[in-house]
Design a protein around this ligand. Structure first.
Ligand code: SAM
Length: 301
């Protein structure tokens, strides 16, 4: 399907028709709203309206967006089940110098959504990949959760099978970072029960239906959230789970003494105290007091 060259490329914003230039050749990875259709950037609209074709997961879903903005660009399906047969066709379009837009049903393509293999193959073949950033449920949830944002680990969906899910949670347990997970309503109660059991009393937030009419952020520690959904039952809608990092464990006194003994063997008292303070995270004056006690014991002995 090629575009009619005589038909102008355009989109409609706030009732006014805007003309869109044809974007540069290459694959344009375009983020789209996760619920509220107003959450789309002007650049995303220009790209979707100006592209030669839009590859999308589900043409009905993407039509809701293109219809809302009066975009007439042809849609072709690209999803997990037809990816192998569609990739050569999309690569042939790129080779012909076309601008191909890639979208998923919602949010940022490739993030727990199709597109990774297409980007790899297009990049390997030397085509330009243009990211058009925008909504993603993981970042929307992270900024609403009220949990540390300086270090976080996104791990997509937990495995649906009990044993695999518990193994995955055990693997995630030691990471000193906020965890961000995608979840479905029906699986939420079981996942929360396993998370509370394995991770212990960490603060968390269940972020549901973000940017939509029934948006909700429920905060609490994992066991309180698990108890709530065990009682209330599986919620409806789309969910991101955000879980605070493990509490920092202060090094035990014995660990501090062992580290000091090693450091004092070939460092001055001052340097040993500085090194062990940094290593253990214990207050400097405490480490200094322990170092003095150790050196006195040595001298006495
Ligand atoms: N690529 C998308 C993105 O960037 O957010 C995610 C796609 S993944 C197949 C769908 C999952 O994202 C849902 O099961 C849910 O965990 C999460 N999600 C998507 N939209 C959401 C919303 N409005 N509120 C909460 N979670 C959402």
């Amino acid at each position: 399907m090629t575009r009619d060259p005589d038909r102008p490329r355009s989109y409609t914003l706030a009732g006014s028709r805007q003309f869109a230039a044809r974007p540069a050749p290459g694959l344009h990875v375009v983020a789209t709203p996760i619920g509220n259709l107003s959450d789309i950037s002007v650049r995303a609209l220009e790209t979707l309206a100006g592209a030669d074709v839009i590859a999308c997961e589900d043409t009905r879903m993407t039509h809701r967006l293109t219809d809302r903005y009066g975009i007439e660009t042809a849609l072709i399906p690209y999803h997990d089940h037809n990816g192998a047969s569609m990739r050569p066709k999309i690569l042939a379009r790129l080779a012909a110098g076309e601008a191909v837009a890639l979208v998923s049903d919602a949010g940022t393509p490739l993030i727990s959504d199709p597109g990774y293999k297409l980007v790899v193959e297009a990049a390997e073949a030397g085509f330009k990949i243009h990211p058009i950033p925008g909504p993603s449920a993981l970042l929307a949830a992270l900024v609403a959760a009220g949990l540390p944002t300086d270090r976080f680990l996104f791990d997509g969906f937990l495995p649906p099978k009990d044993g695999q899910r518990r193994n995955r949670i055990t693997e995630l347990k030691p990471f000193p970072a906020t965890l961000v997970l995608y979840e479905t309503g029906p699986r939420l109660p079981e996942s929360l029960a396993d998370l509370a059991d394995i991770l212990g009393p960490r603060p968390a937030a269940v972020c549901r239906e973000l940017t939509k009419a029934f948006e909700e952020v429920r905060r609490g520690d994992l066991s309180a959230l698990a108890a709530h959904y065990a009682e209330a039952g599986a919620p409806k809608g789309e969910i991101v789970l955000v879980i605070g990092p493990p509490a920092e464990e202060a090094a035990e006194d014995d660990d501090v003494d062992a580290a000091l003994t090693r450091a004092l063997a070939d460092h001055s008292l001052k340097d040993a105290v500085a090194a062990v303070t940094a290593l253990t995270g214990r207050p400097k004056r405490e480490v200094y007091a322990r170092a003095l006690a150790l050196t006195r014991t040595d001298a006495d002995g």
